[in-house]
Design a protein. Structure first.
Length: 73
């Protein structure tokens, strides 16, 4: 997703996404409504800012989240 630069329409609404939206990508050009229903997402174009990394073990987090149906953008 981070290297895509040709989308005219995009919606990731209500997909249990979490974490920062990658910066320097086309994703910032979409309206915040394209990400609605994902309260754990942060960064532009959303109004909620991302906090510092919490140092979570990626393997543990991915396995736990996959079981819960949570996906990262």
């Amino acid at each position: 997703m981070t290297s895509v630069n040709f989308l005219e329409e995009f919606s990731a609404s209500y997909n249990n996404l979490e974490g920062p939206i990658p910066i320097g990508t086309q994703l910032q050009s979409f309206n915040s409504s394209a990400f609605e229903g994902n309260p754990k997402l942060c960064g532009a174009p959303l109004p909620n800012k991302c906090g510092p990394s919490k140092g979570i073990d990626a393997n543990k987090k991915n396995n736990k989240d996959a079981d819960n149906g949570i996906h990262q953008l």
